[in-house]
Design a protein around this ligand. Structure first.
Ligand code: BEZ
Length: 212
């Protein structure tokens, strides 16, 4: 079992998926990625999660984010289940689902938590940057479906940080003011943030969202 931490290079692997065999790093290219595991096919919460992600697919595409799911069921099971997801969630699943029957990907990414379940993956999420580094990890229990609006919000925050010297405050939403990175000197703020800034404390300087 490996531990995958923020800043690590996402472990590479080869795997069968509902869209054929992939080599993960090759498949990633220079995109961002959300890799998420679910406990099992043909289960209710997972059905709503994958349907939600399929319905949000254009939002991920807009942000240059590839989506890939994983469970320890096989390809044939995934293909049958996708029909149910499409039917019940009024969608078309158009991203791959990894068929990790021998759990080799789950072990690489520490998705098996034996004290929660001996046989099924937990609900893990990894957001991976174009540099193939891990930007976010998150683990939810089987009984709680994830909030994909929150994951889009995190991607927006990560992409802002990648492109500008800013961070996002508590409960930030797209369009809200952002925090100027502590690494920026006061004397450089005017040139770097032409929309203006507010110096609330020497360490707390805010600016309008630069890309809005
Ligand atoms: C579900 O997806 O509904 C689920 C899966 C495993 C345990 C509990 C719920």
């Amino acid at each position: 079992m490996a531990t995958v931490r923020l800043g690590d290079i996402a472990p590479d692997f080869e795997a069968e998926t509902s869209q054929g065999k992939i080599k993960f790093h090759e498949w990633l290219g220079d995109s961002w990625c959300i890799l998420f595991s679910h406990p099992a096919d043909f289960t209710p919460v997972c059905t709503t999660e994958l349907g939600t992600v399929a319905n949000y697919y254009p939002e991920f595409q807009k942000r240059n984010v590839k989506v890939i799911a994983l469970s320890v069921d096989g390809v044939a099971s995934h293909m049958e289940w996708i029909k149910d997801i499409n039917e019940t969630q009024n969608t078309t699943v158009n991203f791959p689902i990894i068929a990790d029957e021998d759990k080799h990907v789950a072990m690489l990414y520490d998705m098996m938590h034996p004290n929660a379940s001996e046989s099924f993956t937990v609900r893990s999420v990894f957001i991976i940057g174009p540099d193939k580094k891990i930007k976010l990890t998150l683990t939810y229990p089987a009984s709680t479906g994830r909030n994909f609006d929150e994951l889009l919000r995190v991607i927006d925050s990560l992409q802002l940080t990648a492109n500008y010297s800013v961070a996002t405050p508590a409960n930030w939403k797209d369009g809200d003011p952002v925090v100027i990175s502590p690494s920026i000197k006061d004397e450089d703020i005017a040139a770097k943030f032409p929309k203006g800034s507010e110096r609330i404390k020497p360490y707390l300087r805010m600016t309008p969202q630069p890309n809005k």
